[in-house]
Design a protein around this ligand. Structure first.
Ligand SMILES: Cc1cc2nc3c(=O)[nH]c(=O)nc-3n(C[C@H](O)[C@H](O)[C@H](O)COP(=O)(O)O)c2cc1C
Length: 183
């Protein structure tokens, strides 16, 4: 896919199935993440690629968090199923480190760019994906399971796979609603 086509038409696919990116395709996705803009080269990123047993493990983490948070029986039953909505989930963590010129928000922004880049790299190679968070991204038990420090954040669960259907084309937004020009 041409770069501009990709940028102008990126879209998410919530219904995902095999095949998943493997080998060089997966490595390209990882490398795209590692090209995210990064003020002062802090590399404030950590990624966990979950598939197969890893998805079950992630589901168990969600389930334990749901139990600890005293969620409803329905939510507790649903929690282990959430990662099963795709054959691969990449947990993306912003690892904060103190720096006089790079505040927390910039490190979150950098990790968020990495999620976007990974989705783009997946799409460019014919795969599909959706960036999700939900309450578990902020949950202290989930954060503990990934050994996050106080100021680290889970910025996304990137669900990846393939989609049997093409995304519906979405109406373009009017750029004038969002951009003004100072000429
Ligand atoms: C930080 C972040 C978190 C998101 N979390 C969720 C989520 O938990 N569930 C969801 O359905 N969509 C979530 N989305 C939105 C989807 O990724 C997607 O952008 C949205 O469904 C619109 O589709 P599109 O990307 O094709 O425009 C999130 C997006 C961002 C940027």
């Amino acid at each position: 896919m041409q770069a501009l086509d990709l940028l102008l038409n990126r879209s998410s696919q919530p219904r995902l199935q095999a095949p998943v990116p493997q080998g060089q395709a997966l490595e390209n996705i990882k490398q795209a993440a590692l090209r995210a803009p990064d003020h002062a080269c802090l590399t404030p990123w950590q990624f966990v690629v979950c598939q197969n047993q890893g998805l079950i493990r992630l589901g168990q983490v969600f389930e334990q968090a749901a139990i600890a948070a005293k969620k409803s029986d329905k939510d507790i039953a649903r929690a282990p199923q959430l990662p099963m909505r795709a054959p691969m989930v990449i947990v993306t963590i912003a690892k904060y480190s103190e720096h006089e010129k790079v505040p927390w928000v910039e490190q979150i922004a950098s990790a968020s760019c990495a999620v976007h880049s990974m989705q783009m790299a997946a799409l460019a190679q014919g795969f599909a994906g959706v960036w999700r968070t939900g309450s578990y991204a902020q949950d202290k038990n989930v954060k503990q399971a990934f050994r996050l420090s106080e100021q680290d954040e889970i910025v996304g669960f990137l669900y990846l796979g393939s989609s049997p259907i093409s995304p519906l084309s979405k109406p373009k937004k009017a750029s004038g609603d969002f951009f003004e020009h100072w000429d």
